[in-house]
Design a protein around this ligand. Structure first.
Ligand code: SF4
Length: 331
């Protein structure tokens, strides 16, 4: 049975923090906070659809700080979601939320457990203390570690979210963050390259020339490396890059946003692997064997991999072989 998420956005309009990248302050008032009845209405509208498609769904409360919202309100949303996991256990297979590391403690986790939440994701963003401070996150790397351990100890699936290219960030800080996520035994990871939005502190810093994020090329090289690290640690990266949204596109001042970012990063991994094999084998003509599903990643977007390899003097043809990731033979 295929699994999906039914996402319910819970804005944190009373958030006391001022994260440099966040535009919640500018959107508060324009995004309505869902009531428990809104949650029920969303789930009612999806139940038959999911059943028809033979799919199950996790009910996902996202928005950044679910456990920091008003307690009675949070419980009312949980009650509504829990009701549907009890009524339709085969269709609604779990509840997940995302929150801040400093909004996690034993008491909160006990409440989440009571309503059968399955996964808790932490917006860690970076494990570099200076980057967290420069971006006014209001929590430390140690807060992330403590919260992550509590979440694991309570038996939840642990999700960790990181950003790349924040104010003061460096690629090596991002790989260090990934190493620490691996050390914390995250069950899932999301990677969000920074998108600089109008109405944010980052937007002001960007306009004044004090800050610019990593370039697109730097981000692709970095995220390809991060994908490799998590893959080797057997940790699924369940999201890379912001979801396509006209709102993001209309408010974006800079940073990295591309609807096919993950495909581009995966294609970069193929490029690096092919180049390494070709250099090892020697010569200038090769056959690349791969599963048909990988062909677009082997050639790259707009044939980018082929063009770059040809510039280095390497030509190749492609042979399909189901189930093969990548083999390279010299001709
Ligand atoms: S990202 Fe930061 S400022 Fe925005 S809602 Fe979350 S904690 Fe508050």
């Amino acid at each position: 049975m295929k699994q999906t998420n039914i996402s319910i956005f819970v804005p944190h309009s009373g958030c006391p923090h001022r994260c440099t990248f966040c535009d919640q302050r500018s959107i508060s008032g324009t995004v309505k906070a869902p009531t428990a009845d809104d949650v029920r209405a969303v789930l009612d509208s999806q139940t038959d659809n999911l059943r028809r498609k033979d799919m199950c769904a996790e009910i996902a409360f996202f928005g950044g700080s679910f456990t920091g919202i008003n307690r009675a309100y949070m419980i009312s949303l949980l009650e509504a979601a829990h009701e549907y996991t009890v009524r339709f256990p085969k269709i609604y297979c779990g509840i997940r939320c995302s929150t801040r590391p400093d909004f996690i403690n034993e008491e909160i986790l006990d409440i989440l457990k009571k309503y059968c939440m399955t996964a808790v994701e932490l917006g860690a963003q970076s494990m570099n203390a200076q980057v967290l401070e420069m971006n006014e996150r209001g929590h430390s790397p140690e807060d992330v570690e403590n919260a992550a351990r509590l979440i694991k100890n309570h038996g939840f699936s642990l999700g960790l979210q990181m950003m790349t290219g924040l104010y003061g960030d460096k690629p090596e800080y991002c790989t260090e963050t990934a190493e620490r996520f691996i050390g914390l035994k995250a069950d899932t990871v999301r990677i969000y390259p920074t998108v600089i939005l109008e109405g944010t502190k980052l937007g002001e810093l960007y306009k004044s020339g004090e800050y610019s994020s990593f370039s697109f090329e730097e981000t692709v090289i970095l995220c390809a490396k991060l994908l490799r690290m998590f893959d080797e640690a057997d940790i699924p990266v369940i999201r890379l890059g912001l979801h396509a949204s006209t709102e993001v596109e209309s408010k974006m001042l800079g940073g990295v946003y591309h609807p096919a970012l993950r495909e581009i990063c995966e294609s970069r991994i193929f490029y690096e692997d092919m180049l390494a094999e070709m250099q090892k084998l020697g010569g200038n003509s090769f056959t690349v064997v791969t599963d048909p599903a990988n062909i677009s990643k082997v050639t790259g977007q707009k044939k980018e991999n082929r063009i770059k390899l040809e510039k280095l003097g390497y030509k190749f043809n492609i042979k399909n072989e189901k189930g093969t990731r990548l083999k390279v033979y010299a001709l």
